[in-house]
Design a protein around this ligand. Sequence first.
Ligand code: CUA
Length: 341
Amino acid sequence: MKGRLRGALNKPIAMALLLMGSALLFATACGATPQTILEPTTRSARDSLDLLKFVFWSAVGVFVVVEGALIYVLIRYRRRSGDGLPRQTHGHTRLEIAWTIVPTILVVVIAVLTVPRIFALAQGPEADTLRVRAIGHQWWFEFVYPDLGVVTANELHLPVNQSVEIQLESEDVLHSFWVPKLRGKLDMVPGRVNKFVITPESTGTFLGQCAEFCGIAHALMKFTVVVESESDFAAWVDNERAPRAPPASEQAKAGEALLASKGCVACHTIRGTEAAGVIGPELTHVGSRNHIAAGILPNTHEGLAKWLSGPQDVKPGNFMVIPELSEDEVESLVTYLVGLK
Ligand code: CUA
């Protein structure tokens, strides 16, 4: 039985089954990811997906026709025993014209569909567009709302159904801003501002990440976009504009003092305190964010303690300079930071 099975499953069939199995695994893996381009929530993401689908199915059509013809010819004209040298032909004008014209038409159709979309993607802002500066740093994202007086990090809040212009900048090296459900990627280039306008159409939290290799922690440079109702967004803005919540306990007070004595204030800003550094993420309301360390750790007591006890273990290569802290000091700092809602 085994021998017969092995005979039946000869090499090409086994290879084909293996390929189909891998393709199936690949396809199901795609379905589970929150960073899919297949669930667009803005017009520009939808436009890109429509174009992708057209090009993909055109390619499938070409593949089927070409491979089908190839397989037909391989079988129909295979060498049989007793065959001599087949009739030799040189060139086939009609065929050659056909396989020049058909791909040309296909490429022209793709160009005609693509060009207007490129212009649509580059469209400027309308009068009531919200402006946000997104600044790439090794290895985190800074978000500045120049008209609202808000500065935050790694968590971009946007109101639903409101057009927003995102201005991409970089503080150091090339980064790339990519939130697959909102838009295709666009580079953040030092010394230059790239802009795009989108209107998020559904509320929710969308994952984004840096999509341009930017150094050792590139893979750990993530962020989230929280698209919320107009009233939730207004409440978030009000909260962000307020100075930090005063420490609510003796331990939190000790934490705030440690921030100064350990030198954290040189890099971070916490409005309402002496911390006014602009090198690291702004922390005035860090306790209200979902993640820390650019989307790497959940913003919980444990997450913060893990980060402060060994930032290099969590994100090797990052530029945070922190002296060795005792367990008590970590506890005080965490208690204080968690309270910065
Ligand atoms: Cu920033 Cu990769």
